[in-house]
Design a protein around this ligand. Structure first.
Ligand SMILES: Nc1nc2c(c(=O)[nH]1)N(C=O)[C@@H](CNc1ccc(C(=O)N[C@@H](CCC(=O)O)C(=O)O)cc1)CN2
Ligand SMILES: Nc1nc2c(ncn2[C@@H]2O[C@H](COP(=O)(O)OP(=O)(O)OP(=O)(O)O)[C@@H](O)[C@H]2O)c(=O)[nH]1
Ligand SMILES: [Mg+2]
Length: 444
């Protein structure tokens, strides 16, 4: 049976009061709804001043109406936009009127989902819309726009095209067994595969940068009490966020702050100093420190530069999970006269209180979370995309290792292609779409 989508409506502007509020309606055939609400037909793609009326003819609001007949609309369906006054009650009244005229309330992301299903956008582009709205920095905005414009999708398509060419070559061999492996070698199938692998690695690098711009990095400050974790948190944030005293055990709860480093969102997490204690509250604080460590992308181990790395510090270091990158930060150099700044890949000297060496530390943090210094050419990406790229890589690696077993070789190429096609949504399971679009805002 042919699926005929129903008409959906939602307030497209943010909840709350605003100068203007927009209601968006999408469906196939909006003439009756327009007639009921406005009382006259709308010229496509023209701004009309109009009165929006209730069933009894009373005016609900006056505003601007825009009509985009499909397929030349955001969703590809017929779209009506009502720009009314931006009050929550008046907008709900308008929305209810649309519902009375046959529309239903849209689910989160349903407009974008329809744009995807109608081929207006691919999945990576649709996700980029949500990422653009959620962008927390200008660099994140720029890279979301690149993905929305199709920069990521084009990279994926270029790779898929090469895989298709390679598969045709390999599958031709399967059909004509007498041509076998010599034929593939003459055609340099493996060389072509290696080329794809290299490009895939480059795309993974860019996508990793894009994920960093989208999701940011979590950096946890750990160390013994009194080494200056909270002072460093405040220095990095440029604000007095965490309590600082000379009493060991000041911080109990984890304290979080989001800062921007070069357009990269960085979550700084200050924690309770680590020591043996009988204090019930402090004990719970220390449990929270370890919980924060579990979720971090990078740990800063704060050290008192007067003491160096003590046995206690070594014990903390040994307890940090092995895969977690650690940067050792020697603090209070104003008391030792040591030179500020980075002295090694994993060591920086600062004075949190004096604000000395903090810029060098910021640079080091960016470097250690994998930021390559600029958002030029970076498109926004998500873990879902990185996961697909890595699975494609794994299949190509298996293909490479098995290239003499031509059937296996062909099958692994096919699986790699499917993994890449998941990024743009050309290959996907229905539940994936549900998961992706349900995280959008209503009206998007
Ligand atoms: N009023 C309004 N502003 C908005 C949106 C919207 O839906 N409504 N957008 C919603 O996210 C964004 C703009 N994105 C849009 C994307 C495509 C079309 C559209 O009508 N596309 C048609 C016609 C293209 C053309 O004339 O060149 C099409 O693709 O066929 C509209 C908005 C941001 N601003
Ligand atoms: N001289 C000097 N003192 C510092 C520096 N950084 C922090 N301090 C002092 O060291 C003391 C402890 O600082 P905090 O930032 O509270 O230390 P903490 O690691 O958060 O301590 P807990 O919360 O107890 O784990 C305070 O008196 C700070 O003023 C520094 O760079 N130089
Ligand atoms: Mg503290």
């Amino acid at each position: 049976m042919l699926y005929v989508p129903d008409t959906i409506a939602a307030v497209a502007t943010a909840p709350g009061r605003g100068g203007v509020g927009v209601i968006r309606v999408s469906g196939r055939g909006l003439d009756a709804l327009i007639a009921g609400l406005i009382g006259r037909p709308l010229i496509p793609r023209h701004a009309h001043f109009a009165r929006f009326r209730a069933a009894d003819g009373e005016v609900i609001d006056e505003g601007i109406a825009l009509y985009f007949p499909g397929p030349n609309s955001f969703t590809g369906e017929d779209v009506l936009e009502l720009q009314g006054h931006g009050g929550p009650v008046v907008l709900q009244m308008l929305l209810s009127r649309c519902v009375a005229l046959g529309a239903r309330h849209a689910e989160p992301g349903e407009f974008s989902k329809r744009a995807f299903l109608n081929g207006k956008l691919d999945l990576a582009q649709a996700e980029a819309i949500a990422d653009l709205i959620d962008a927390q920095s200008e660099a994140a905005v720029r890279s979301a726009l690149k993905s929305l414009d199709g920069a990521f999708s084009r990279e994926v398509h270029a790779l898929v095209d090469q895989l298709v060419t390679l598969r045709m070559l390999v599958e031709a061999t399967l059909d004509f067994p007498e041509e076998d492996i010599d034929f593939l070698e003459a055609a340099d199938a493996r060389g072509k595969l290696h080329g794809v692998q290299q490009q895939l690695q480059a795309v993974l690098g860019t996508a990793t940068q894009g994920k960093l711009l989208r999701e940011g990095a979590h950096i946890v400050l750990v160390g013994q009490p009194n080494v200056g974790k909270s002072s460093l948190m405040n220095a990095l944030a440029g604000e007095d966020i965490a309590i600082v005293t000379d009493i060991a055990g000041t911080t109990r709860d984890t304290v979080r702050e989001l800062i921007q480093l070069d357009g990269v969102p960085v979550h700084i997490i200050d924690t309770a100093g680590l020591r043996d204690t009988d204090d019930v509250v402090e004990k719970i604080g220390i449990e929270r420190t370890w919980a924060a460590v579990e979720k971090a992308d990078l740990a800063l181990l704060l050290l008192d530069s007067r003491e160096g790395v003590t046995a206690h510090d070594a014990a903390i270091l040994a307890r940090l999970p092995a895969p977690l990158p650690v940067l050792r930060v020697f603090n209070k150099i104003d008391l030792t006269g040591e030179v500020a700044g980075a002295v090694a890949a994993d060591e920086v000297h600062v004075s949190a209180k004096g604000g000395i060496g903090i810029d060098a530390l910021r640079q080091k943090l960016l470097e250690r979370v994998g930021w390559q210094g600029s958002d030029a050419g970076v498109f926004i990406a998500r873990e879902r995309h990185l996961d697909a790229i890595r699975r494609a890589q794994a299949h190509l690696q298996t293909a490479d290792a098995a290239y003499r077993q031509i059937e296996l070789f062909a099958e692994e190429l096919r699986l790699a292609q499917n993994a890449l096609n998941e990024i743009t949504g050309e290959f996907s399971a229905d539940d994936l779409l549900g998961v992706i679009f349900s995280r959008f805002c209503i009206g998007k």
